[in-house]
Design a protein around this ligand. Sequence first.
Ligand code: AVI
Length: 329
Amino acid sequence: MKQAMPVNEQQLGPNLTFYDLHPPATDMLAEVTQSLSAARPHLHPKYFYDETGSRLFDAITTTEEYYPTRTEAGLLEQYSGDIQRQLGATGTIAEPGAGSCQKVRLLLERWAPDRYMPLEISRDCLLQSTRELSLAFPDIQISAVCADYCQALSLPSDSLPGGRVVFFPGSTIGNFDPEERRQFLRGLHHLAGPGGALLIGADLQKDSARLNAAYNDAQGLTAAFNLNALHHLNRALNCDFDVANMRHVAFYNPEAQRIEMHLECLKDQQLKLGECQLTLKSGTRIHTENSYKFSVESFTRELMEAGFTPRGCWTDPDNLFSLHLASTD
Ligand code: AVI
């Protein structure tokens, strides 16, 4: 585990404290240049999420084809009481990558914890969403932590309020490759701390046709979301991707048990990235995302390997999605 870093603490309202861990800025140009020049060109999925990408993702979650968000919301709606009974009184709910803090509202309403601790790298997004939350939930202490996931997961347990239920919804865990996932789940175990728990959503394996449809919606929103990563790079790095000549590709890879998203070049193109010139040949695919799909058993095993004790699992009648509750001891 890393050493404690200075935590800058600021009181922004009667029930809102802001902890700034000063997430280190990444060298986007160096990172992107390296990943696009690799033998298998790839881009980190974080580049989807500029303002346009976040709006497109929200729009995807409302499509007929993309079942995970509404299925998980239905599970939380239906089972939040059962989950709370398993947990007992909830001191703190911590949420890494909380974004707009929307999904947690149902738990805040129903569980009325003492404290909510969102961890989010985007300072603006965190400030806006927690200001709104602190007004909507005046009896809950909001401890907003501006931090990179990994940085926050290596915090010493006593540097922020403890005894936590970590909430990690949306099957974002499926966007981590297996080794990263192992480490990340261990980090969540550390964040939850002694006497803590994890409530996490995991998308389930199913018929390939259903999965392929979810990542190739008829309105073309997932295609726009994927292609927007290149618009984002064009804007942020002043590079010149010919986005009109790139194509969204998404398919289920049954051996790897994951959806893969790629961007395929339809024509040769020269790309200027800072001082670097790159040639992308027609047919080249840039791998932009993996979205792993689990069985209840396989995910339970991963939780146990990370040191958790499974306490409950809830699924919908069509077995599309699973919500897992596990404790740290
Ligand atoms: C954020 N994450 C869980 C989504 C997923 O399903 O893997 C991202 C996404 N990519 C395309 N559509 C949605």
